[in-house]
Design a protein around this ligand. Structure first.
Ligand code: NAI
Length: 255
């Protein structure tokens, strides 16, 4: 089976991805800051993706070859903005970079972004400049002058994740690497209350009211697993909304 690294594997969407991958015969290397109670995984790597040193320590513990990397771990905007940008955008960039020498042929990277990142094209230049700075503190300092970072950091982090993934698709094309993002709307996971705190009950419940409900974690995992599989060989550089149509609605009211 394929060797697949999944971050944020202990809970929610990541745990659902692990269950589906294990059922399909993959060897899963589960990464999280907490040990999961899922004993079906081939390896469990406990570490912290909120610092550059933490990312490198995690990568060190992962043996190649790695066929697929699922950058799924993430936090909501109820943390300091620097941490939100670090975990949601810089960690995927640098875990991917650190695992590059351990990738097998035609590797696949899939990243969990968010409906909250759907305006990434508007801020493309800024995110590209941010992502071009290797040093985390310097990268974060470079955006410190943006207004309202405490309220916008989650959206920014997910826009940056989408830009990172698209850049990777372009840069990795010559080695047969594919890279895509999945952008969920609201999902019924332990993270959901954190969004209610930061975005307000109205925004979160409004999305679910229009869509009919929150997504089940498995519905997001299905999309991630599809993009990780050999059934999506011609899809790269894409962002796939998996939100019951909510982004289509928001786009229309935004325009
Ligand atoms: P969750 O909280 O159930 O799972 C996230 C996992 O990531 C947890 O096990 C947590 O320990 C791990 N994690 C967080 N920070 C970490 C760190 N510094 N180092 C190592 N591991 C860390 O959340 P959920 O909902 O499954 O989220 C997965 C992804 O989906 C995230 O990227 C999130 O932003 C995204 N997402 C979730 C939505 C939702 O409504 N739940 C909506 C849109 C996107």
């Amino acid at each position: 089976g394929k060797r697949v690294v999944v971050t944020g594997a202990a809970s929610g969407i990541g745990a659902a991805v692990v269950r589906k991958l294990v059922a399909s015969g993959a060897a899963v290397i589960a990464v999280d800051r907490v040990a999961s109670d899922d004993h079906s995984v081939a390896e469990m790597v406990v570490g912290d993706l909120s610092t550059h040193a933490g990312v490198l320590a995690i990568a060190d513990q992962i043996e190649g070859p790695v066929d697929v990397l699922v950058n799924n771990s993430g936090i909501a905007g109820n943390h300091p903005w620097r941490t939100v940008l670090a975990v949601n955008a810089l960690a995927p960039r640098d875990l991917t970079r650190a695992l590059m020498p351990k990738f097998g042929a035609a590797p696949v990277v899939v990243t969990t972004a968010s409906q909250a990142g759907f305006l990434w094209q508007q801020n493309y230049a800024r995110h590209n400049a941010f992502l071009a700075i290797d040093d985390w503190e310097q990268a974060l300092d470079s955006i410190a002058d943006l207004p309202d970072l405490d309220t916008t950091c989650y959206n920014l982090s997910k826009e940056a994740a989408i830009v990172f993934s698209g850049n990777l698709a372009v840069d990795g094309k010559h080695i047969g690497l594919r890279s895509n993002t999945v952008s969920p709307g609201t999902v019924g996971t332990p993270l959901l209350p954190d969004f209610t705190t930061t975005m307000g009950e109205e925004a979160i419940n409004g999305a679910a009211t229009w869509a009919g409900r929150h997504a089940r974690p498995e519905e997001i995992a299905d999309a991630l697993v599809y993009l990780a599989s050999s059934e999506s060989t011609w899809i790269t550089g894409a962002d796939l909304p998996v939100d019951g149509g909510f982004s289509a609605l928001v786009f229309r009211s935004y325009i």
